[in-house]
Design a protein around this ligand. Sequence first.
Ligand code: UDP
Length: 313
Amino acid sequence: MSLPSCETMKTVGIRTTKSTVHLFGMKLDALRMPDAVGQLLDWVQNRDGNCHYVVTPNVDHAVMFQKHVGLQRAYADASLVLADGFPVLAAAKLLHRPIPERVPGSDLVPALFETVDAEARAYVLDPSPLRVFLLGAAPGVAERAAQNIEQQWPAVTVVGTYSPPLGFEKNPTENAAILRHIAQARPDVLIIGLGAPKQELWVHAHRSQIAAPVALCVGATIDFLAGEKPRAPAWMRRVGLEWLHRLLGEPRRLAKRYLRDAWIFPQLVWREWAAGRRAVSFDPLKSTLHRVETAEVPEFVDQAGLWDIANSR
Ligand code: UDP
């Protein structure tokens, strides 16, 4: 893809300037939305042969991360880790490791499309479109999302969609076919909506064979773009109540998960806070207090089989 040079794309060099926040064992990139979009476009324009994949942790990810070695590995190799959930941001602030803003996957994708489209509108020549592949969601949903995307952002072309059958991740033939579809479509950006942790584990396992410079693990974003699931109204998102909107929409699937997270997440915050306090040391030479940043994964004791609920998807 050859997009016009533009201010957004000049926000490159983020790799050298972005700061990292350690939280619950995860390393989050403290970026604002425009910087994250700029970084994605930099990877699209200046290909280095790698698939740069992005994960967006929320409370549920933070809880799963504590015990899920596969998820920890997937996070360790991610090119960007962007805070999705409001509680993650609030915890970061409480622990004095502030993150500038939420960059949820379901906002990052439209922001990327909007940036590309705005640049294309401002550009005198006709630039080549951003090529996108949608992987995930129920059959037919990604096709509807594709129509909406191309209608709303003409500078974005959906070059392929695929809804993998249940259990596909354990089927090597199916995985090879998916990777082949992607390679044939030559996307600039692969949008993966398979839910967590499946999407993170899948992209990590296949990252060296994915023929796209950027992959985004973005949960229900394809459903949102298709109008299959409604997004929370803006006011609910602003005050951090998007989870409530989703819970009301899918109570049977999400209630157990949210209950488990509501029980465990405050304990993670407490443990991290206590670990931070222990790491505050007195330096007699300088007579000042130093806070030592800790990336320690809290020792977590399973509570009444709650971890089994995590795997019930
Ligand atoms: N999904 C999928 N294949 C699977 C499991 C899930 O395509 O094997 C899709 C599902 O149809 C939905 C999305 O993944 O579109 C799940 O999104 P959600 O944000 O609810 O994920 P979670 O909150 O569970 O991470």
